[in-house]
Design a protein around this ligand. Sequence first.
Ligand code: ZN
Ligand code: ZN
Length: 368
Amino acid sequence: MSVEAKEIHHYPCASCGADLVFEPHDGFLTCPYCGHKEAIPESSELVEEQSYQQHFWIRPEQMEKLADNALEVQCQSCGAKSIFMPPQVAGRCEFCGVQIVAQPKSADPILTPGGVLPFSITQQQASSSLRQWLSSRWFAPNNLKHFAEPEAIHGIYLPFWTYDTNTTTDYTGQRGEYYYVTETYYDRDAQGRQVERTRQVRHTRWYPASGTVTGSFDDVLIPATTSLPSNRLAALEPWDFPQLRSYDPAFLAGFKAQRYQIDLKQGFELVKQVIAPAIENAVTNDIGGDEQRIESVSTEYSDITFKHLLLPVYAGAYRYNSKLFQILVNGRTGEIQGERPYSFWKIALLVVTIVIVIVILVLVFGNR
Ligand SMILES: [Zn+2]
Ligand SMILES: [Zn+2]
């Protein structure tokens, strides 16, 4: 490894010289050997929103490494890139479960995070709630017990963007208003005679409609990782954003982080998709009437600001019957997200048992 020795000990313990790691339990940098603790300085800076325009063309000076001594490694199997600080090692890939063998290199600069939600749940707590979650899943194959091992999940900070934006939308469409027409029709009465009856029939008259609606969107959260499905990440919400801290590399000591794979502009394209239904809703309300047709919508986005955040997750992955299973634990709330495979043999055994019980019951009670 081409990392100089002086860089390796970034947070040396004042009493024994070992590397301090971030302890989720109390939020201190803690020496795993002698227990010495150091507070991470509380920054007076608020986690501020930054102007999107100013970062639209990101200048090199706005890019930094997550930490001076950060190393980066790419999983040879799924391509996920993760960043960590020595003495951490690459270990197993959190996203596909493969042992990473690639040589780490010095991390490339990224747009530095504005804020971080530090881990507040320890690895042991996450592992033990995962064990509970697994044991309550009767149909899970025994191989899934792999997740019950303490090393099965690791703490990793995942990258997110949040955006604020105002919108101005010009639209054209049509407003449909109902009106009723009395129609005459013929029917037969109880005696089979033809009779004349009337009924009210609804029609829609369409009028052209156009106008402008404005909207204001606050903290639209967009995952900046492509290693995990976005619905699974969304299911980890809510995050306690009032507890955000200004970014300090010290929070990463002992953990990994992932660099963003969805960049600032790609993230904003996703924002447009996320808020489109709300804008369409506003247009529909503005058109009014009983029915609406939207023909064209053109939205301008203004006052765009963003934050780049790192959020804490314990993640692990495991293959069963060549299918990939990913487990995520929210590093703040302990909320677990993961699908579970069904064990064919466990289910088959249950079915056979039920059949045998039914056969026995029929034999015992059926011949009376
Ligand atoms: Zn120490
Ligand atoms: Zn991988």
